[in-house]
Every structure is written in structure tokens, then in C-alpha cells.
Design a protein. Structure first.
Lengths: 393, 393
């Protein structure tokens, strides 16, 4: 054990997955005096760079998971891909799995999620599990087709306007060897914009709701978040928070729950997706809220009292840094210009190389003027991504 | 090298010393995507718990230091105790030492510091190097006697009101084997309170001055900081910042410079001590300023543009958590009460065991009402330290 005696009094928290979400959990863990133990996909991945006590292994392998949680009070996750039966086996072994498998399945399987949310009376797009193109025709075109498991960042999602458009989705489901991937058809929602409602919830049942934010997706990838969502009707904001709190309670979620929502053109709120971990639409909270989603995730899974989720600023804008099409060796080289231009800019890099379409970091800009925050954050993110030339100062 | 390819583009920063200051540098380093390499006094010390790439060794051993900085662009420090000749040797080897030895000697040797500040016209208490009690008598009683090197947190400081009181100081100097420790006599200043002026300064000469804070010392150890200093005359605040900027520039300081000051009962400012590293009187900035002193220290030593040092809140109060006289195994156990009582409280623990008089963490409380911030921070710090019973909720 590489820890000083003080840590003997603190529980050790195990984290499965070495991505940027685990990396960003490490920052509040340092302040909390909380020892972390990480299961990383490979040496040198984002979180393994910053968490000394890490193991390299496959999260689909139960003995690897059992070795990870040895001596840990609680295990939590950077992603939702650990097989449900392994989570049950870990629970049976005596470690607290947070969020637990009964909750997590709703973030792993979209068909399970839709059935449960429907039963709870939570507004969702019309949906049905479909077996073939004829089923989709019966459901009605246009339809959004989604693999029930394994999709993320726009992967595993297709828009079908005719029977011919259905082939890729069913081919993807057929290609899966687990036998558990089906295709869910959903109505193509006519939405004004996308929103996200984040809550933290502890095993004791305490919950804290963050301000509802506006999120802009491009090709299924989150690009930009504005906190709070501008011009959102108070009734809709309240409804969004109530949906998130209802879902978190009913599903017994522990940690962060992100509810991605559509605000329809006719003024309704519909649930799009659920995530049970710190979420890209909550990164603004690192610099814009009293307690970041990462700290509240740790506090929640350890069943400590939650921190205030209140915004510290009038506006906080988060923009992701995404690798562009070309070579862009300027991720670190982006600092001199970006920091000199904006001394209030907050930069978060993930220790990753720039690759096309890959999230390698994000920036937060806060202040009283939304347009100014948008300009600052967009400029900085584009600059880091190498999309701006020297003339664009 | 345990880092992903992205880090090949970032410089690796070496840090000498594994205490809480290095630990708290690790948080902004995670956000910056900056790889750190640490020289720790022992396995398991505060910063070694959270920095994967660490070596264990003696900072007084030149080959150990040379091994540490191998492949690093810059080396900086958790403390000021590395021998000056080793710093010169590292510079000769091609690594940037920040702050450099010519600057750092002024934080290492109080006699050198007093001579230089006097030459710069910076107001200081009357002072003289003294060889024996007769010298102190000539200087005049009462006098504060300080070892010129090696003192910290009230160690190496005595108040002498008669010739008999001088013995401990000269005995301490005689006991030092380096032959470089002398005794400095200073007038016992009649002060209203203590202040601290922090600046970050980069090799390019950019500097950023934090708001001047009020600091309360007990037995030579910082207990409490209020940012900004309440009711400080604007002219004195400006003078304090100017002194810090003047000293940082004249001494070519890189990184954080903390100037501890007396505000005398007759309304003057006098320099008490200098520190060239993140400083206890700047911990409030982690939660109360746009850019923390730890991030600006990293940005400064890497010669990146500095972040805004402006306060985000009307008041931020920092109170240290110090080990009390009794067993207090409640450092981690302090969380449920402290966090439930105050959802806006910011806690920073160092991964250390509670021992009498030892700094093991601090809390920050910010808001618009100073008395409320003081109450919240003092209560939480006392609770973590085990000084409050169950009846004091």
C-alpha cells in the first residue's frame, strides 16, 4: 500500500476505467484525502497518468475486477460497460457497487430504460423494440434506430426514412456476439434544442440537482454547454429537475445521473438518454458551481453529505476541444495564445493526443455576459484544436 | 515513462519535496495536462500519494537531484531547503531552476534578505546580525532573535528581553554543523496585525498580484487567513502589493513570492518574511480566486501567461486544521458532520495523520458575510481537528 497512515482511516475507492472522467475524479480526491485505485485499459491512458495506484486489465474479466476491489469499500465507474453479471458478483463479494447493477442496467440497455421510464410516467419519445425493417415500417418513418447496448457519442444511432435505411442498424445488431443487442426505434423528435439535467444522489437518498443546462451536439458528440440553459421557462426547468430526481430515486441511482432531454418545438420535455457517471454536460460545474460533479460523484458513492450544486456565476460556457481533420500538434502549444488572450479562461486537458473527432479536453469560461463567454470559450477551444490560423488573434 | 504520447509535447516539471504544497500543485497539473516528477522524502508522504512518477531520496544529495531532473525542462520546489550550490549545479546541467538560486537565497537566509531589502529601500524592522548576547544588548532589548537559516513555522525564533534570554538562540546556531547559521536580531515590532502579499512572476517578467490578505499566526504557525484583509487602507494595500512586485522583480523571482508583512500600530507596513513557493497565506485562492496560487505557480515556472489573481467572492476565509493535544482519529470521520452542516464548505486534506501542532489540512469558506465565513471555517477546522464535542453542533 503506497499510502500514509492517514489513509488507513479513509476508505479506498476503486474506479473502473481510465478515461478522462476518472482523471477528473482524481482532482477532488486529492483535496478530500481519498485514496483511489484504478483499473485502466492500458498503461499511460488518461487517468493512469495521474492515479499512482493503478492496475492494467480488462473490465470484462471478473477476476481482474475482483483483484481491483480487494480491500476497497466502494467501486465506481468511468464508463457503463462493465457486464451486469460481474457487478452482481462484486456485490456478492462484499464491495459496494455504486451505481449498482440494478440501476446501471438502465444506462446500459436503452430498451430496459424506455420500459422503466414509461412505467414511471416520465415523458419519452414514442418507441418500440424492432426486429426488422418491416417492424420499423409498422412503427412509422422517419424513425431513429439505436442499438440497445454499446452506443456512445453518436455511435450506434441511425436515422431511417425508408426501409432501405434500416439495414446498417440491423447489421450492427447482428454483428454483436453477445446476443443481447437489439434495435430500438424511436420517433424522430422535432426539438428546439437539447437540455441536460444532472443530479447527484447518495445511498442514503440525499440528492442535489444542478441547474438545467443547454447542450449542443454535433454528429452525436457534445460540443458546447451553456449553464444555465438560456431562456428556459421556469416550469420546464423545474420539470427537468423533477424528472432527474424522480429517475434517480426510482432507479436507486448512486453517484451522478445525467438525463439528456429534448425541448420540443411545441414546448415539451422528453427524455433522450440516461448516463450514470459524471457527464460531459456537467463539466461546466468544475469552474462554475460551488461543488463540481466530480466531487459530488465521489461524495455520493461514499455516502457523504453532498455539496451545493448551485452556480457561482451568471453564465458558464463549456466547449469541448476536439481533434480536427489535420495534424494539430499544438495542444500544449496552444497555451501561450489562449492564456494570454483570456486570463480568466479555465482549461482542462486530458493527457491525450489529438486525433480526428476525439475529445482531448475542454475549456470553461464564466462571467455576466453570455455572448462574451461563448466567444471566449469557442475561440480557445478552436485554437487548441488547431482550427485557427495565426491571423485570427 | 508512464505517460501517453500527448505528454511528449508537454514539458515534464520536476518538483523537489513531497509535502502538501507539491500535493496541491498536482490538482492544476491534472487540468493542464502537465506531467510531474516528484522527489519525495519517503514513500507515502503527502505528494507521493498522488503523483505517480515519484522518486524517494534526499534533496541534499546532488546525484539524487540530477537523476530527478533528467529529461525535465524545469525544476521547482515544495520547500526552500535545497542547498544553493546544488541549485547552481543543476542550472549548469541545463535545467531551468525556478525560482533560481540567486533569488532563492533570499528566502533561505534572513540576513541576506534583510541586506537586500534594505538596499532596495523596502521597509523592514530594524535589524542586525549579532554574534553574542553583548551584541544583542548593544542592539537593544526587547529583540527578536532568529536563526538566519532553517527556521519555519515559529521554529528558530526567540524573543529576548534580557541577556539571559539570548542563550537558546546562540546555542541553536552553535549546534548547526553547516557553519552558515548566524543569529539575526530584529526590533520587536508593535503591530496591529499581520498581512501577506502574494505575487506570481514568470521568467518573462509578467507578474500578477493577489489581493492582500490578513493572516493570524499562533505560536508562529499560520492559523487563519481572511481575503481580502478587512478594513485595510487602500494606500497600504497598494503599498503592500507594490513591495511584493518590487521584490519579485528585483530578485528575479519565478513562481509564487509570498511577502509576510506587519501592519504596525502607527499605520506602517514592514516586511517580516519572504517565501518563494505557494504559501499557506495563499490557500484561500484555491476556492476564492479565479486562478489558484498553485496553478499560477506552475504557469509561472513554465513561463506560460499567468491567470487572473482576482477574488471571485466578497470574502474568503481559510482556517488550518491542526492536530490537537489528544488522540483525534476523526480526520476522515469529520466529513459527515462538517459537510452536512455546510454544503458550501471547501475541504482540503493532505493525506497526513493528525499529530499535535501538525498542519494536516485546511478549509475555505466564502460568501458575502465575513462573520458567517469565519464561523463556518472555524467550526469546520475545529471539528476536523477533534476539538469539538458532540454537543457543539
Amino acid at each position: 500500500m503506497p499510502y500514509a497512515a492517514a489513509s488507513e482511516r479513509a476508505p479506498t475507492l476503486a474506479i473502473v476505467g481510465g478515461g478522462q472522467l476518472a482523471r477528473m475524479m482524481a482532482q477532488p480526491a486529492i483535496a478530500m484525502g481519498l485514496p483511489l485505485r484504478l483499473l485502466a485499459e492500458a498503461e499511460g491512458v488518461s487517468a493512469a497518468q495521474v492515479i499512482p495506484d493503478h492496475q492494467v486489465g480488462d473490465y470484462r474479466d471478473l477476476p481482474t475486477l475482483q483483484m481491483l476491489v480487494e480491500g476497497c469499500a466502494v467501486v465506481t465507474f468511468d464508463h457503463e460497460h462493465v457486464p451486469t453479471e460481474h457487478l452482481h458478483a462484486l456485490e456478492d463479494g462484499g464491495v459496494a457497487v455504486r451505481p449498482g447493477p440494478e440501476a446501471l442496467v438502465h444506462a446500459q440497455d436503452k430498451a430496459v430504460m424506455r420500459t422503466r421510464l414509461g412505467a414511471l410516467g416520465v415523458p419519452c419519445p414514442r418507441n418500440a423494440v424492432v426486429a426488422d425493417a418491416a417492424d420499423v415500417e409498422t412503427f412509422g418513418f422517419p424513425a431513429v434506430l439505436k442499438t440497445t447496448r454499446g452506443g456512445y457519442d453518436g455511435k450506434g444511432v441511425w436515422v431511417a426514412r425508408s426501409a432501405e435505411d434500416c439495414a446498417p442498424a440491423f447489421a450492427a445488431a447482428a454483428a454483436d456476439t453477445s446476443g443481447r443487442v437489439r434495435i430500438l426505434a424511436e420517433e424522430l423528435v422535432d426539438f428546439r434544442r437539447e437540455l441536460s439535467a444532472l443530479v447527484a444522489r447518495s445511498p442514503s437518498g440525499q440528492a442535489a440537482a444542478y441547474p438545467v443546462v443547454q447542450t449542443t451536439q454535433v454528429d452525436g458528440i457534445c460540443r458546447e454547454v451553456v449553464a444555465p440553459a438560456p431562456d428556459l421557462a421556469p416550469a420546464l426547468s423545474l420539470q427537468a429537475q423533477e424528472i432527474a430526481l424522480t429517475v434517480a430515486g426510482a432507479l436507486d441511482v448512486t453517484g451522478i445521473l445525467a438525463v439528456e432531454l429534448f425541448e420540443t418545438t411545441d414546448g415539451r420535455i422528453l427524455v433522450n438518454e440516461l448516463a450514470m457517471r459524471p457527464h460531459n454536460t456537467g463539466h461546466w460545474s468544475q469552474d462554475g458551481a460551488v461543488t463540481s460533479q466530480f466531487e459530488n460523484h465521489l461524495r455520493a458513492v461514499l455516502d457523504l453529505p453532498l455539496g451545493s450544486p448551485v452556480a457561482r456565476e451568471t453564465w458558464t460556457v463549456m466547449v469541448n476541444i476536439l481533434g480536427g481533420q489535420e495534424d494539430a500538434g499544438r495542444l500544449w502549444d496552444g497555451y501561450p495564445h489562449a492564456l494570454a488572450r483570456d486570463p480568466r479562461l479555465r482549461v482542462h486537458l486530458y493527457g491525450k493526443d489529438l486525433r480526428p473527432g476525439r475529445k482531448v479536453g475542454h475549456v470553461n469560461a464564466y462571467g455576466d455576459d453570455l455572448d462574451d463567454c461563448l466567444d471566449r470559450a469557442r475561440h480557445a477551444a478552436a485554437w487548441f484544436a488547431g482550427e485557427l490560423g495565426d491571423e485570427s488573434e
